[in-house]
Design a protein around this ligand. Sequence first.
Ligand code: ZN
Length: 389
Amino acid sequence: MRTLALAAGIACLVGGGIGPAGAQSAGEDSVAGAIGRAAAQTAGTPKRPVEKRARAAAAATPGSSTSASAATKTRPTAKSTAAATSVVASGPAPDAGEAKADVPAKALFGSAASPAPLAARAIGFYSRGCLAGAVEIPIDGSSWQVMRLSRNRNWGHPNLIRVVERLAKDGAEKDGWRGLLVGDISQPRGGPMLTGHNSHQIGLDADVWLTPMPDRRLSKAERENLSATSMLGPDKVHADPAVFTKAHAAIIRRAASYPQVERVLVHPGIKKAMCAEAGVDKRDFHKIRPFWGHHYHMHIRINCPKDSAGCKPQPPTPDNDGCGKEIDDWITLLQRPPKPVDKAAKPTPPPKPVTLADLPPECRTVIAVGSDDGKKAKTMDKTSTAGQR
Ligand SMILES: [Zn+2]
């Protein structure tokens, strides 16, 4: 168990210990599993997730991105992806599987620089799967900017990209939110990542900073280095009313209002503040889910798209607004002093890395189809140039 401060700081890195469809996934899950668990526990006492990667979190600000070459990338067309549909339908590519079956999947998916030229499809579960036919959100829009470009994680299922773009527009027009700073979405072919998140694997999760976009274009360096703002006050439990404003609450509610959005994860202190402010109108509050971390950003999760056979849905969210016992239990838990470290306890061995064999079989095709070596070389070249500036 870690300290609360750390727990609060790790955002989407949290390891919840529950994987796809509720199965244990060797501490590799996270948001995904824990959300499922939280959803299943409509009123139960939330449990501390098993968090082993606190250190990694120190560097973690919500972010995302695409490489410096992103501006020149083009989205796959509907035509090109539709033509390839049958590839996925026909099963794993013959040479894709066996040789790579034992390689950690994060190494394979973490080095894929371009999307799989297939029809768009989210395959598997949020924390155990991959993504075909991803599209990228452009790094600049009229009311958004993508952060952490070097990560190349601004790819998603087209439904999700549409939701993020709509939120950016609606937020600017209706909620007094100048624009979105877009954090991590997914890798070009989804899948596990070399760093961070356990979910975000099938292109249906997007992190959006709770820092509004500034009134100018950020430089590449700023997008790498700028820190997001925590919404919490000095107790690290409650939202700071001087920081967490009505506009913050409005953009979170806006995200939750879209029918495709199934969950918006925020820190329990944020949900508590929103419950207190909302009065009688708590529409969509059942979708605003309290969870560890998420005081620098919100995590938007959409439902399984209709085109995605093999996308595993999560259990539904509770049918109540969660502003009663559930949120109070979270706050109580956050205020509890951390358990003392048992120095005599044997360290838990690190979980076995997830391999291609652990992912849905179609992911073998997703990682194998279409070579992106050339694009990768370009990407790395541009990224390293950008880094030198
Ligand atoms: Zn996230």
